[in-house]
Ligand binder design. Structure first.
Ligand SMILES: [Mn+2]
Length: 297
């Protein structure tokens, strides 16, 4: 017997803080440039907390079942694999065994850098299945669905064929769809392309995998998640094109809430990104490339 969680979606940090004061557990509640809203579990890894690991892997290891008796959460932004796994682990909806911990580490890696190869190597194709079956429904529904998916999939690591066969087939067709999306790719410089996909799944790791065969720097708008991801093929490529710090130079130029690592990151979680943001990121990258080139000469 388990309770249906009470998930609140906050659109401002004040709203999130009010929920926390009532006892709701904040999971990845970052708003723009301000410090993330956290409680004693400290479940964020953005802004001033970017030194911490992603939240899913920490909840499974350190806080398993911590909110099983009080299933109230406050969230914001998109319902990604990391945030939803954190909620599922806090509810003890997944078992913290060796294989699930391995899945959680892969979720963490994927949260920090798109890596489609790892997804396919995981036990039972569970992360691949989660990514295929997640809906990214808006607001609290997305998080509820995502956490339920982890519960269903995570509880069936031994008996996974019912979903993994379907997931593998869908992934294959997604590679084909991603290749097709290249016709929407715009080239800005020899090193930089952008992609605003037709079906709104632009930020699919599969897409990055394919794009890096064409250019080392990419700006992608996922209209489904309403977020921009800026990626470099690897850290060396980012620093060669943009200078020491790589894309960190871009985050500071784009303004509050933009952030990430040297080779990958993107737009604020609480902001619905659009084409204007894509153009701004592209313009800033071209400037940075030119500046770094001028400095070297
Ligand atoms: Mn995360």
């Amino acid at each position: 017997m388990s309770l249906i969680p009470d998930i609140r979606f906050a659109t401002t940090s004040d709203e999130a803080r009010r929920a926390v004061a009532l006892g709701y557990c904040p999971v990845e509640c970052s708003f723009g440039g301000r410090d993330p809203v956290v409680d004693e579990l400290c479940l964020d890894h953005h802004g001033s907390l970017s030194h911490l690991e992603p939240v899913g892997v920490r909840c499974l290891r350190d806080h398993h079942g911590a909110r099983a008796d009080d299933p109230r959460f406050v969230v914001t932004g998109g319902a990604d694999a990391d945030a939803c796994l954190a909620i599922a682990a806090l509810l003890a909806w997944v078992t913290p065994d060796k294989r699930m911990r391995r899945v959680a580490r892969a979720v963490a890696r994927m949260d920090l850098t798109p890596d489609p190869i790892d997804v396919d190597k995981l036990p039972g194709q569970v992360l691949a299945a989660w990514l295929e079956l997640n809906t990214y429904m808006p607001r609290e529904l997305g998080f509820l669905w995502g956490a339920l998916l982890w519960r269903r999939i995570g509880g069936h690591l031994d008996d996974h064929r019912w979903f993994s066969d379907g997931a593998v087939e869908r992934r294959k067709s997604r590679y084909a769809a991603a290749a097709y999306q290249l016709k929407y790719m715009r080239r800005h410089t020899p090193e930089l392309v952008s992609l605003v996909g037709s079906d709104g799944r632009g930020a699919d790791p599969v897409v990055f995998h394919i794009i890096y065969q064409h250019a080392p720097l990419v700006v992608v708008l996922s209209s489904r998640a309403r977020r921009i991801t800026v990626g470099a093929k690897d850290r060396a490529a980012a620093e060669q094109l943009l200078g020491p710090g790589g894309l960190k130079r871009l985050w500071s130029r784009m303004g509050p809430g933009w952030g990430g690592r040297e080779e990958v990151g993107g737009s604020p979680r609480d902001h619905d990104a659009d084409l204007v943001d894509v153009d701004r990121a592209v313009a800033a990258l071209i400037e940075l490339i030119d500046e770094h080139r001028a400095n070297r000469n």
